[in-house]
Design a protein around this ligand. Sequence first.
Ligand SMILES: Nc1ncnc2c1ncn2[C@@H]1O[C@H](COP(=O)(O)OP(=O)(O)OP(=O)(O)O)[C@@H](O)[C@H]1O
Ligand SMILES: O=P(O)(O)OC[C@H]1O[C@](O)(CO)[C@@H](O)[C@@H]1O
Ligand SMILES: [Mg+2]
Length: 549
Amino acid sequence: MASSASISRPRFRCFDPTNSYPATLDHPRYFSSAVSPSSSSSSSSPRENGFRDTMEISNNSVPKIVTGEGGYVLEDVPHLVDYLPDLPTYPNPLQVNPSYSVVKQYFVNADDTVAQKIVVHKDSPRGTHFRRSGPRQKVYFESDEVHACIVTCGGLCPGLNTVIRELVCGLNHMYHVKRILGIEGGYRGFYARNTIPLTPKVVNDIHKRGGTILGTSRGGHDTSKIVDSIQDRGINQVYVIGGDGTQKGAAVIFEEIRRRGLKVAVAGIPKTIDNDIPVIDKSFGFDSAVEEAQRAINAAHVEAESVENGIGVVKLMGRYSGFIAMYATLASRDVDCCLIPESPFYLEGPGGLYEYIEKRLKEDGHIVIVIAEGAGEVLISESLPKDEQDASGNKVLQDVGLWLSENIKDHFSKRRKMNITLKYIDPTYMIRAIPGNASDNVYCTLLAHSAIHGAMAGYTGFTVGPVNGRHAYIPFCRVTERQNKVVITDRMWARLLSSTNQPSFLDPKVVAKKVAETKEEDTEAEAQLLDGENHIEATAAADPKDCSG
Ligand SMILES: Nc1ncnc2c1ncn2[C@@H]1O[C@H](COP(=O)(O)OP(=O)(O)OP(=O)(O)O)[C@@H](O)[C@H]1O
Ligand SMILES: O=P(O)(O)OC[C@H]1O[C@](O)(CO)[C@@H](O)[C@@H]1O
Ligand SMILES: [Mg+2]
């Protein structure tokens, strides 16, 4: 837990195993939450800079927490020397790379950490930080020793091929790595499929294509078979691209690798079109999806306004999080109603959806509704109960767009005897299959490079991603412990409501309850809103979470 900076304790130095100089965090306490700071079970390993007594690292994979003055907390990521203390280091080849050696301060300072909260009050604690990503002076792999592999898992997402390309080119161009394997067909490909040798030439123009050249899958995560395959093939850097399930799978692989004492770095690159991964500012592919969704919304609008009482319904992806629907709605300005999983709605009666549709039809002659695929889950499962799961254990959702369209037609044609024309558009898989747009492609480069620099520097068991605009290494557990969701008591959702003029579908008592719940449980969600708004009053405690369980 964050301790008061006023407590007097010895001045320690924070060890960064990848720089030749010690970091100088004031009064940090370097410990694992499972091992008391006074225990010294695993800290006696010699380090090349001689700082072996300045820290304690657990043999167990538990959060590495450094606390400092003013409520400063660093949630650090594992490093290979945590369990392989005698690893040699090498100068980073970028030191003599003509492109990079001229860049002032190209190497990341050992003390650099990235704050999770950037809106603070005068007396608020400094709060949680993550290790800043980027190249280190020293690396733990020689270039010709590296045997990397890349795997893509879960659903498709714009930009997947760009990340693959940038990993291959980055490893090759920056670190002269020649041996890179593509694992075909997701996790199961480690033990059930062939591998593809990846070179810059092979991946040269794959960023122009949607999907993943490696293929993907759900399910099939057999940890020991996967780690056997890694060990048998002599792979020592594993780059895993995928969503929350994939990052959980990567965490288990990392644990097994650590248990076997292998010199293998495991780096996760978060992929989620739904933007449901927490901590990071946003996920790659999200901007592309929002942009592509405009075409479907535009079509729905054109259809709806061309006929009498025209209703356009567009379904967008978002199993548990309505970010795509919310941002596509805000961007389009043609949408009259946006329905997302986080905001329950109802159809009948005063303040309900039917009443609102009728009002819009009377006033404007048409209405466009955007619905996220996970919205109205309670309503739909009441009328069409179904309990199916995909191979990864995710609930298979019914087609809420179709369900809503049928219900609207039924209500207005049969019960209200109104002549309506409804067009339902489901562009979900068309959106998911496009290549990344320009901004996502640049973002993918940064993610890939962060992952490469981290693995080369010996970090492992981490996910990369921007936190308040600065790229950081985030422990797996922090991105898998919960899902990122739209906070409907936040200003962004209020902006949407004021832009569409739709009812909130919530009575004031429910809103008050939501506000209370948000403050209690979901303090971090607010810290990484896409527009960068923070609610520090809800996060003042800044306690590091033990997400080891
Ligand atoms: N708890 C877990 N432990 C180990 N492996 C897991 C776990 N959850 C999911 N996986 C594995 O991760 C892979 C991807 O999971 P999943 O299908 O849920 O997609 P995802 O990564 O969450 O992406 P998407 O955003 O498309 O859903 C699958 O191969 C699955 O078996
Ligand atoms: O049809 P699939 O491959 O199961 O994917 C559908 C799911 O994948 C996602 O796009 C996440 O990748 C969800 O929005 C959606 O529910
Ligand atoms: Mg998932």
